[in-house]
Write a new protein. Structure first.
Length: 54
């Protein structure tokens, strides 16, 4: 039996991971496009089943 590849396991990202993403954006001088970069990162993570921790 094979597992269906379409199944996504949702994993909540803790706040320290969100802070890490913010730190990366800050370090790389993406401040002027921080929302765009963050959205791109979150979109990519969501493809792998990760969601923002709330």
């Amino acid at each position: 039996m094979s597992m269906p590849s379409s199944k996504v396991i949702s994993v909540k990202l803790p706040n320290d991971i969100m802070d890490l993403i913010d730190d990366i954006i800050y370090e790389k001088s993406y401040r002027n496009r921080s929302d765009l970069v963050r959205d791109a990162i979150m979109w990519k993570l969501s493809k792998h089943g990760y969601t923002r921790f709330t």
